[in-house]
Design a protein around this ligand. Structure first.
Ligand SMILES: Cc1ncc(COP(=O)(O)O)c(C=O)c1O
Length: 378
């Protein structure tokens, strides 16, 4: 019955398994509770208010976002404690202050003294409301941030106490955890993230700063951390859907993956050894993250219409804008007539979801299906 409804959906489209999503959410919420930290879920993956409500069991809570558009979207649905966890550029400050004046408890992120000065100067013009600013710390050489013992951490914190701006605390994202290949390595990486942040916060306390919020986060480090002493909150996002990359990291297993792309067989080329489906690079993304891991899933792992991986372990081996090519032994073509519906598990859920503006959420127990919108763009 549910499979019939799925077969009616226009392809390509996103299909989310509600039960798996709920399970992933509950597991990570329980993990944060057991580690004694607040979970500030990163909504960059799902960009969905319906998913955010699931995380907070129907209520509202502190969230992380990756764009001001998300901040505006979630605040429009009642979420008022929002950390915009991408470095703020001064040209975006007017929008940030508008949110703040509208009553949003917005936390900005920066790692540069010039930007800190721009924020306090802009506050004098726009009025800051409850605007808070976190300093980004680079704990593993992954991307943005100041290294923990950089003296500018203290000087920026001092700058951020003027003109109604509040220095909020320290944040980091241990993104190099995505390149660690075993559980022991992940545990070590989580400890590196925690201890570097705890030490940096102690240094600020010694300089007289009080009430420093220490925020860390990634799905792999939150999954692997043995303890989070000295940390107040964690931000994780991809755990809600999980994906092939996370499963290769042993952060989850294949049956946990909640997001698939539904696709239709639109061509068959036994002479060339592939099926053609209508999920190409736009519908799947061109993320090849699993290429560097122990199991390379090409552009995605092929499942039947019920979401179960096919026994032959088929992958999408190549994509063009609207075409996906699934390599197939000649003997198997008879099983996949034109019009066959398949579901593809993505390498990287955040990137795959980004080209779609809504989810079809299926409940395998009740057989019901719902449409949940996403907030794309900037
Ligand atoms: C700043 C920041 N915090 C938290 C996260 C969450 O990481 P994950 O998606 O691994 O849960 C990300 C992910 O890119 C991030 O950029």
């Amino acid at each position: 019955m549910l499979n019939d409804s799925i077969a009616q959906l226009p392809t390509p489209c996103l299909v989310v398994d509600r039960k798996k999503l709920g399970h992933n959410i509950e597991r990570m919420s329980a993990r944060a509770r057991s580690l004694g930290v607040t979970l500030r879920p990163h909504m960059k993956t799902t960009k969905s208010v319906d998913v955010a409500r699931l995380v907070f069991e129907g209520g509202i809570g502190p969230i992380t976002v990756s764009t001001l558009k998300e901040a505006e979207y979630f605040s429009g649905h009642g979420f008022t404690d929002i950390h915009y966890a991408v470095g703020i550029s001064p040209d975006k400050l007017e929008r940030a202050f508008a949110l703040s004046r509208a009553g949003v408890n917005l936390i900005l992120t920066l790692d540069d003294p010039e930007v800190a000065t721009a924020v306090v100067s802009a506050a004098a013009i726009h009025g800051a409301g409850a605007l808070r600013v976190a300093i980004e710390i680079d704990t593993d050489g992954h991307r943005a941030g100041l290294v923990p013992d950089d003296e500018r951490v203290v000087s920026i914190a001092r700058t951020l106490t003027r003109n109604n701006i509040r220095f909020h605390g320290l944040m980091t994202h241990a993104g190099e955890s995505y390149n660690v290949h075993d559980r022991t390595g992940l545990e070590a990486h989580a400890e590196l993230e925690r201890s570097a942040m705890a030490t940096c916060a102690s240094r600020l306390r010694a300089e007289g700063f009080r009430d420093i919020v220490v925020s860390v986060g990634s799905t792999p480090t939150l999954t692997a951390a043995r303890h989070l002493d000295g940390v107040d909150e964690v931000r994780a996002g991809v755990y809600m859907f999980q994906d092939l990359f996370q499963s290769n990291l042993s952060v989850c297993s294949l049956p946990d993956l909640a997001l698939t792309v539904l696709t239709t067989v639109i061509g068959r080329r036994p002479d060339l050894g592939f099926l053609i489906v209508d999920a190409g690079g736009l519908a799947m993304s061109k993320d090849r993250g699993t290429a560097s891991q122990h199991t390379d899933y090409g552009y995605g792992l092929v499942c039947d219409a019920s979401g179960a991986p096919l026994p032959q372990r088929l992958i999408v081996g190549n994509v063009m804008q609207e075409h996906g090519l699934i390599s197939l032994p000649a003997a198997d073509f008879g099983r996949f007539p034109l019009g066959t519906k398949l579901r593809i598990l993505p390498n990287h859920a955040c990137m795959t979801a980004a080209a779609h503006d809504h989810y079809h959420v299926i409940d395998t127990e009740s057989g019901s299906m719902a449409v949940w919108p996403r907030c794309n763009g900037w």
